[in-house]
Design a protein around this ligand. Structure first.
Ligand SMILES: Cc1ncc(C[n+]2csc(CCOP(=O)(O)OP(=O)(O)O)c2C)c(N)n1
Length: 367
């Protein structure tokens, strides 16, 4: 049974632990719309598809560049992009915060991150970590779940200042087992911080499968313990992600506090360039999920509405390639960072610990 959530009518999400509803879906795998009116216009849907494709082509390019020794370890979001793009589309980029983990390029770029910065931070340049003035985003976070507290801080701060700016924070199913997930979510529930916890359940935490991650039937139901609503959505359905996030944003702006959204998706790519998933991932898993790819689903939907064909696809791909090529050219013109810049860019004045490391590095012939 499909969980029906009326567009534009927020409903309380109730979870029974024994019988969780099916993930919320508005667009099925074959590209059929399951409601009368889509939550996004055709133009907006094309914009969402373009953002997903830009993220995907960026990821594919970075994997190649890493294999050629031109980048550090890279974590792609291939197959999961509807989660970040759908949730960013529900935000007001001028005032709401997007807080990523490490595989959210598609959402970051849509929220205003300059493409060249995304290249630079994977080239080891601290310049990539500077968020330009006016872009409401935190940098890439390698420590699993570390960013969740930061997002709660941003959202609570917004509330304390009498504002209604919200923060959406992305993390994985593995992160949802950490204290760094439960503790800030609990606090956010108490202070009704305008924050949206978005768990991209991509089935894997490196080699640990979802089934071994937690005995909970859904990750969304973890919201119950924090006293906040939780909803499981089809994470490969751009419309469902967008709609669920819109409703969570409205709740947050009304002062009703946080929501936990679990996007059920799958890691169609690799964990990172440092991992070999062929050693633990059954091949049939990816095969099963390939047809649920958010790109295919949106293309099928748009094709049926006369908004997608080979010419449009070719034009969009060519534009994306040109955009990526230009940003990569620009990134290559930036001088390679010195090792000590990793220590000097963190604070205006180095802490004693950083200073000690800096001095040690300077005494090293390789520095
Ligand atoms: C605090 C912390 N512990 C362990 C790691 C090592 N580590 C890197 S990625 C990862 C798996 C995270 O899985 P999940 O949260 O599901 O996110 P995904 O990588 O699947 O997006 C782990 C354990 C880390 N980076 N940070």
């Amino acid at each position: 049974m499909l969980q029906q959530m009326e567009i534009g009518q927020p409903q309380p999400y109730t979870f029974t632990v024994d019988n969780p509803p099916e993930p919320f879906q508005l667009l099925d795998q074959a590209g059929n719309l399951l409601v009368d009116t889509p939550p996004l216009s055709d133009e907006e849907t094309l914009k969402g598809l373009r953002a997903i494709l830009l993220g995907r082509r960026f990821d594919e390019l970075c994997i190649n560049l890493q294999r050629r020794g031109l980048m550090v370890t890279f974590a792609p979001g291939i197959g999961q992009e509807a989660c970040t793009v759908g949730s960013v589309m529900a935000l007001d980029s001028r005032r709401d915060w997007f807080v990523p983990q490490y595989r959210e390029a598609a959402g970051q770029l849509l929220h205003g991150s300059p493409l060249v910065n995304n290249f630079l931070w994977h080239m080891g340049s601290p310049l990539g970590f500077y968020i330009p003035e006016g872009v409401r985003m935190l940098p890439f976070q390698a420590g699993v779940a570390g960013q969740i507290s930061h997002a709660v801080g941003l959202a609570w701060g917004s509330k304390l200042q009498g504002k209604t700016d919200v923060a959406v924070v992305h993390f994985g199913d593995g992160a949802s087992s950490q204290g760094d997930f439960y503790e800030p979510m609990n606090l956010a529930g108490v202070v009704k911080a305008p924050v949206i916890f978005f768990c991209q359940n991509n089935y894997w935490a490196i080699s640990l499968s979802r089934n071994l991650q937690t005995a909970a039937q859904t990750i969304a139901q973890k919201a119950v313990a924090a006293g906040i609503p939780g909803i499981q959505v089809d994470g490969n359905d751009l419309f469902a992600v967008y709609e669920a996030t819109c409703q969570a944003v409205e709740r947050a702006r009304r002062g009703e506090g946080p929501t936990l959204i679990e996007g059920v998706t799958y890691r169609l790519g690799i964990h990172t360039t440092a991992d070999d998933s062929s050693r633990y991932e059954p091949v049939e898993y990816k095969e099963e999920w390939r047809d649920k790819d958010p790109v295919l689903r949106l293309q099928r939907y748009l094709e049926r509405r006369g908004k997608w064909n080979a010419d449009i696809a070719q034009k969009m791909e060519a534009e994306i390639k040109a955009e990526l090529d230009a940003a990569w050219e620009e990134a290559q013109r930036v001088p390679i960072s010195r090792m000590d810049e990793g220590l000097t860019h963190v604070f205006a004045e180095m802490t004693p610990r950083l200073r000690q490391q800096y001095d040690e590095l300077k005494g090293d012939a390789h520095a």
